[in-house]
Design a protein around this ligand. Structure first.
Ligand SMILES: *[C@@H]1O[C@H](CO)[C@@H](O)[C@H](O)[C@H]1NC(C)=O
Ligand SMILES: *[C@@H]1O[C@H](CO)[C@@H](O)[C@H](O)[C@H]1NC(C)=O
Ligand SMILES: *[C@@H]1O[C@H](CO)[C@@H](O)[C@H](O)[C@H]1NC(C)=O
Ligand SMILES: [Zn+2]
Length: 533
């Protein structure tokens, strides 16, 4: 009896006198919810309200997303969101998220380099079968493809071989073609072994522009190539693009050389013809890319830009410097050259594509912003600069985020560590771009969207974030307000059509499954969805 009373006393004491480490559990839960809500309010896409049709599509999408993330949680070797693109590509294609994203209208593509935009498979299947194509190789065994013999032999140490003859002699055409494709694609089963350092991969990457350059500027090939570039974007449901280009001089069968002015006119013609054939494509504009090499080259490119911009103000809209930032020539060192630009010039600088925090190259972000860049190519290093990040937000400078590019070119391995996760969490202005998809087997923009929504966005992010990214790509574009209006009306129409297609394709058939997902999603806001059972 005494023992019993004692127990009661201890219990009462514990209940009423010692409140425990967490004194008020309800208050704790309330505080916790408040913080979660505050963070959610900061996220990109939180200001997009979904229609009931969109909410249905969101549920379908979340079902797909959770299935793939859960698989990844259980089996890390199948965790596409965390794996290198070269290892994940086939698995990504087999899931449901990818075909969903492919169907989705993706708005504008604001960062792509024309000379690396088209899938290597097409280049091999189409361009290398054009009559007259030659190959030579350099002392370091790099292939150069061309349609002309030059006195300086393209820096080749071999003589020129006819591709068609080599192909005829080959035992298997497909093996020969695969060999050719390797010289214009970074794909590797074990990229960490083929490219152990960032320099290895950048060297091969830059070399590929050399391999392809003379094919790209062969007039008959150029026409097909640009058409194919637009086709691949259009088939991936991109409706407009702003393309980095140096508008190279072209040459023809007879060796005649055509000026940049001609290239620009031709570009405009191809774009117009494409729009005529596919009226829900808005067309393209060019951001002139000078090469970040030496000051003379940069000055020359500025001169060329000024002329082209004067002659084609609606088409050649702005200037950028392209090439590996880590190699040097930071913006601050070329201010004198940039000073030659007319006051009204629109700039679209690559900046912050580096892991060297606090280096001269890292400061490109600072100078790009001070030079009033309209957008920033990559902005990978921006997360390390809070003041600059604030300026980007205040001035609505859109970041052009190219996830796969940053991974393949060795800035980040696990895409969940990509700084764009932070940009999404704080709603820093950004859109998803693909940079050089042809050089790494990523046709169109959908693969980059895959990583954006699967790796960088929180588990709970679905259609409202996707929609925000799509609509922002139009906001940060350089379309005139009339063009924007037209673009948005097309986008709205296509978006509605997309919603209907998704519901037709995935909605009814899987009703039962959907209901289950529905229930799960109700709880989704506050729960960390992983681990699941
Ligand atoms: C979304 O809905 C909320 C609450 O109903 C409203 O305050 C907000 O303005 C809406 N946002 C948009 C972009 O319509
Ligand atoms: C190559 O591409 C062009 C379009 O640019 C097309 O007309 C032609 O049929 C293609 N050729 C082959 C062999 O695929
Ligand atoms: C572009 O099209 C116009 C009108 O059709 C034509 O006169 C011009 O020669 C074309 N220019 C080029 C470079 O193809
Ligand atoms: Zn780029």
């Amino acid at each position: 009896m005494r023992a019993f009373l004692l127990t009661i006393v201890v219990l009462l004491h514990w209940l009423f006198v010692y409140p425990g480490y967490i004194s008020d559990r309800n208050q704790y839960e309330q505080d916790r919810k408040q913080i979660v809500d505050d963070e959610e309010a900061l996220q990109a896409g939180n200001d997009f309200n979904l229609s009931s049709k969109e909410a249905d599509v969101d549920r379908i999408f979340m079902g797909f997303k959770e299935k793939e993330l859960t698989r990844g949680f259980r089996h890390e070797d199948q965790h596409t969101a965390a794996l290198h693109f070269f290892k994940a590509k086939k698995m990504i294609e087999k899931g449901d998220v990818f075909p969903f994203l492919k169907m989705m209208p993706k708005g504008a593509l604001l960062h792509v380099h024309d000379a690396a935009a088209v899938s290597s498979k097409w280049v091999i299947k189409n361009l290398t079968y054009m009559p007259g194509m030659l190959r030579c190789s350099t002392a370091t065994n790099r292939n150069v493809f061309t349609f002309r013999k030059l006195k300086k032999k393209h820096k080749c140490s071999s003589s020129y071989y006819r591709i068609s003859e080599e192909r005829d002699y080959a035992w298997y055409t497909s093996i020969y073609d695969d060999g050719l494709e390797k010289s214009i694609n970074l794909r590797a089963a074990y990229p960490e072994m083929v490219f152990p350092t960032l320099k290895d991969v950048w060297d091969k990457f830059q070399n590929m522009f050399g391999t392809m350059g003379d094919v790209f500027s062969y007039l008959p090939a150029f026409q097909r190539y640009i058409w194919q570039m637009l086709t691949e974007l259009y088939l991936d449901n991109v409706m407009y693009a702003e393309i980095r280009s140096s508008l190279k001089e072209l040459y023809d069968e007879k060796g005649k050389v055509y000026s940049k002015d001609f290239t620009t006119r031709l570009y405009i013609n191809i774009s117009k013809k494409f729009v005529k054939e596919y009226p829900d494509f808005l067309g393209i504009k060019i951001i002139y890319g000078g090469r970040r090499s030496d000051i003379t080259t940069i000055k020359q490119s500025i001169k060329e830009f000024i002329q082209l911009n004067k002659d084609f103000p609606e088409f050649v809209i702005g200037y950028d410097l392209v090439g590996q930032e880590d190699k040097g020539m930071p913006l601050h060192s070329v201010l004198d050259a940039l000073d030659e630009l007319p006051e009204a010039t629109r700039l679209y600088f690559h900046a912050g594509e580096t892991n060297w925090f606090g280096s001269l190259m890292d400061a490109n972000l600072l100078d790009a912003i001070l030079l009033k860049t309209k957008r920033i190519g990559h902005g990978y290093a921006l997360a390390k600069h809070p003041t600059l990040m604030q300026m980007v937000k205040t001035n609505s400078i859109g970041l052009e985020i190219s996830p796969i590019s940053n991974q393949v070119l060795n800035l980040v391995w696990d895409m969940r560590n990509h700084p764009a996760a932070m940009y999404l969490a704080e709603d820093i202005p950004m859109s998803i771009t693909n940079d050089d998809p042809g050089f790494w087997d990523a046709e169109g923009l959908s693969y980059d969207f895959y990583y954006a929504i699967m790796s960088m966005a929180p588990n709970s992010a679905g259609l409202s974030l996707l929609k925000a990214l799509v609509w922002h790509s139009i906001d940060y574009s350089t379309l005139s307000s009339a063009e924007k209006e037209k673009g948005l009306s097309i986008l709205n129409r296509r978006w509605e059509k997309f919603l209907t297609e998704v519901i037709t394709k995935w909605g009814k058939k899987k009703n039962k499954k959907l209901n289950k997902i529905n229930k799960i999603n109700k709880k989704r806001r506050l729960s960390t969805r992983f681990p699941t059972k």
